[in-house]
Each structure stands twice: as C-alpha cells, then as structure tokens.
Design a protein around this ligand. Structure first.
Ligand SMILES: Nc1ncnc2c1ncn2[C@@H]1O[C@H](COP(=O)(O)OP(=O)(O)OP(=O)(O)O)[C@@H](O)[C@H]1O
Ligand SMILES: [Mg+2]
Length: 268
C-alpha cells in the first residue's frame, strides 16, 4: 500500500537560488533547487554537511531572502514568515527559554496573536499530551532530558497549529533509542494533526523511514540530484519497516547517490 497524500502542493519551490553576501565576498550556497510538497506528505531533505540544507529551510520559512526563484506556500508567494509554518531547530537547548516553564514555553509563540487565554491553554495541553509530556507542564526545560526538551520544541510548534512543519536535523543530538521514539512521534503527529512536514536529516535511514519522498541534494552550491519516492506506505514501524527488502534497496540507492558525489568531488 502506498501513501495517498492529496495532489495539491502545499509548498512549491522552483528554481530557488541563494547567494550570501555580494561582490568579491559573494558565496552561492544554493544554485538551483526545485521540488513540491503535497498536503500530508513528509518530504525529507538529505545532503552532505554544508550543502545548504539549513539555508534552504530558512528560505522556505521566509527567515532568509532568496536570491532567485519561486517559493509558494498554500498557493501564495512566501514573503516574510508564512502564518501556516512552524520551525523546529536542531539545537533544542538554545530554542527553549530556560526561565520559563514548559507550559509557558509552549504558549510563548501564541502570545500577541489575538488568541484567547482559554484557547491558548487548550492548545498547550493538547500538544503536550500529543508528545507525551502532559505531566511535565510545570517543569523547567533544564529539568528535562534532551529528548524531552526536543518534545517540548515539537509541542510548541504544534500549538501554533501550522499547516507545514519544517524540521532541521531535530534529532541529531539525542541517543539512538530516543531518536527512534521521536521518529515515531513525527509519523504520529503527521497523522493526528494532518500536517505536512519538511524534514532535514543527515541520516539516510531516517529519511527513508519518515519520508514519502526524499530530496537528495548535492554539495554547495547545491542542486537537486534526485527526488526518490519512498513507496513504503503508512503504518510504518521501526522493526518491520526497516527489515523490508525494499528499505534496503532505498538505502542502497540513496547511499550511492551520496557516494558518487564524494567520488566526483575527490576527482574534480
Ligand atoms: N550567514 C552566512 N553567510 C555566509 N555564508 C553562509 C552563511 N550561512 C551559511 N553559509 C554557508 O552556506 C553553506 C551552506 O550552509 P548551511 O548551514 O545551509 O549548510 P547545511 O547543509 O545546513 O550544513 P549542516 O549539514 O552542517 O547543517 C556553507 O558553506 C556555509 O558556510
Ligand atoms: Mg544545517
């Protein structure tokens, strides 16, 4: 069974390029990137370190201005940070406010948005429950493990009720077991909140396990090397899905795409 996301693209990126600085100091991080993300999909982005993955997410979210190309979210050109988007960064340690309790951290982005206090409290409880942290609402971030802190960051993004969630290597600094739990949490929230997710990772297996599609990027100035459809359907689980022969095939395909790139660089 394959997943059946709606055909409507929530996110459309066409001919995107990004150059930092200007003149002799100009550095082109993104040369030419195009891809689409349909409603309800998880699209993973993989590429070597320094390829421009974070730059890409920052352009998608409007935090960085693009140099050329088109980015559309829900049919509208992205200017500034679109209302429909939320971001989860890799460094959870720096993204939570240590002087605020978990519940206040989760409600922080909702303040000043004209949302009634009751509604804010309800969203906060609902999203903390979704990440399994209902009991931790009154704690401070520094009283939690790394994995729990990253769950708080996810809950904060969910409370914002985004249509699109952008995640930049969110599980790179947690242990392997926690990482698997958090991967399953991502699959669960995609279904529970009918959310669309763009997920950047270094980890090929993680990209196959989570992705409906995987966008493979080259080194910077980055281009799309290939977009791989992952036809593993829904209802994935760590043991059975990762044990499938098809999973191994995808791993081989993605590794060879990234390997060839290293080879080409070495002989360039
Ligand atoms: N503000 C900036 N000014 C100039 N160059 C930058 C800036 N930010 C990033 N770069 C450069 O752009 C390139 C892409 O960086 P980016 O952080 O997007 O890569 P990445 O794929 O996210 O890397 P990693 O996998 O290590 O997180 C790198 O060569 C980096 O040095
Ligand atoms: Mg990065």
């Amino acid at each position: 069974m394959t997943s059946t996301p709606s055909a409507h693209p929530v996110l459309r990126v066409a001919g995107l390029s990004k150059t930092y600085g200007s003149g002799t100091r100009a550095f082109q991080a993104i040369a030419d990137v195009s891809f689409e993300v349909r409603a309800g999909e998880i699209v993973c982005i993989v590429g070597p370190s320094g390829a421009g993955k974070t730059t890409l997410l920052k352009c998608l979210s409007g935090l960085l201005e693009r140099s050329a190309g088109v980015i559309e979210c829900a049919g509208e050109t992205v200017r500034g940070t679109p209302r429909q988007m939320a971001l989860v960064f890799q460094e959870y340690g720096r993204s939570l406010m240590p002087w605020l309790t978990v519940e206040r951290n989760v409600m922080l982005p909702l303040r000043g948005k004209g949302i009634a206090e009751d509604e804010m409290q309800g969203r906060m409880r609902n999203s903390l429950a979704a990440v399994g942290l209902a009991q931790a609402a009154k704690k401070y971030p520094w009283q939690l493990s790394g994995g729990m802190q990253q769950r708080v960051a996810i809950a904060r993004a969910l409370a914002y009720r985004p249509e699109v969630l952008l995640m930049d290597e969110p599980f790179a600094s947690v242990d392997a077991q926690t990482r698997m739990d958090l991967e399953d949490l991502v699959l669960q929230i995609r279904d529970e909140f009918a959310i669309t997710i763009v997920f950047v990772t270094h980890d090929i297996e993680e990209s196959i396990y989570l992705g409906d599609r995987v966008v493979v990027l080259s080194r910077s100035p980055t281009r799309v090397r290939r977009v791989v459809d992952v036809a593993l359907g829904k209802g994935r689980n760590q043991v059975d899905t990762k044990g499938l022969p098809a999973f191994d095939e995808y791993r081989r395909e993605l590794m060879s795409l990234l390997d060839r790139q290293i080879h080409r660089d070495a002989t360039a």
